[in-house]
Ligand binder design. Structure first.
Ligand SMILES: Cc1cc2nc3c(=O)[nH]c(=O)nc-3n(C[C@H](O)[C@H](O)[C@H](O)COP(=O)(O)OP(=O)(O)OC[C@H]3O[C@@H](n4cnc5c(N)ncnc54)[C@H](O)[C@@H]3O)c2cc1C
Length: 255
């Protein structure tokens, strides 16, 4: 199993805070290399000063991706809410145009726009993490129904696999894990062209079964002192998460 590290925190409004996050990321990249850890990193544009100025955050992002490249590592740019989608994809494309290939992006299956976005990304041979999407978005721009989101996830995964893009299949949904197995077979996707991704501590039995079946799996590991603010924000964004936590507490079941 491998990992991706996430320093908790979003929405930085001061340059000094964005710069200290950049320094922390470079320290993390040094530690990963020094300890030969099988880990990459997942960053958020809002944490890098996007709300101060998109151009400023691009400079910070570029310096982190440069530091990662110097250390043989990879940076995933997490996808935030729909106010950030176009800008995040644009910054990703800009890095690729500048010759960086150690960077990847995220597509959220619940957004209607994800189909054309994916069709653009496959032209770049993008490395894409595919997830359902965690923010609350309006029905005008996002599917709300579980089955529609699953259907979109499956269609997007198929397009990515058919074009040979590297796919990070980020889900704890057994239905989608089975769908992935089916598509991996149908599209003849090699083991080196995809990985499953799951959050630390969530559905560990499912995780074990995926690894046991011989697939690569990366665990998303959030850390840092912003965990309380982060958790509260996540709960406000998507109260369904509270249900998962309560269920896990009551049943002691995180399978
Ligand atoms: C590695 C990784 C990276 C991600 N990156 C992004 C991103 O960049 N942008 C973005 O918008 N979203 C991201 N997400 C979140 C994703 O969009 C979904 O909101 C989340 O994974 C829940 O969807 P699901 O596919 O797991 O299915 P669900 O049907 O929501 O979950 C299936 C089951 O898994 C369990 N479960 C799921 N999530 C949790 C949780 N948080 N705590 C406890 N139990 C849980 C529950 O038992 C649930 O019944 C990421 C998810 C993962 C795994």
């Amino acid at each position: 199993m491998t990992a991706t590290l996430d320093i908790l925190g979003e929405d930085v409004y001061e340059q000094s805070a964005a710069e200290s996050i950049r320094n922390e990321w470079i320290h993390v990249l040094d530690e990963i290399k020094g300890h030969q850890l099988e880990s990459n990193i997942s960053v958020k544009l809002s944490q890098l000063g996007f709300r101060i100025d998109p151009e400023y955050s691009f400079g910070i992002l570029r310096s982190i991706v440069t530091a990662a490249r110097e250390r043989g590592n990879f940076v995933r740019v997490d996808m935030e809410d729909s106010t950030m989608t176009s800008a995040t994809l644009a910054q990703y494309r800009r890095l690729r145009a500048e010759g960086f290939d150690n960077v990847g992006v995220v597509i959220q299956a619940y957004l209607h726009r994800s189909d054309p976005d994916v069709r653009d990304l496959v032209k770049l041979g993008a490395n894409v993490r595919l997830c359902k999407g965690i923010y609350r978005e309006s029905p005008e721009i996002a599917y709300q129904d579980r089955d529609e989101i699953r259907r979109s996830f499956g269609l997007l995964m198929r397009v990515l696999m058919e074009h040979g893009c590297y796919v990070g299949i980020a889900t704890h949904d057994e239905y989608l894990v089975d769908k992935s197995y089916e598509l991996i077979q149908k599209t003849g996707t090699e083991k080196s062209r995809y990985e499953f991704q799951m959050l630390l501590g969530v559905r560990e039995q499912l995780r074990a079964s995926i690894v046991g079946a011989g697939h690569r799996l990366r665990v998303y590991v959030p850390y840092g002192d912003q965990w309380y603010a982060y958790s509260v924000r996540r709960l406000k964004e998507n109260p369904q998460i509270a249900g998962y936590v309560v269920k896990a507490l009551l049943t002691g079941n995180n399978s």
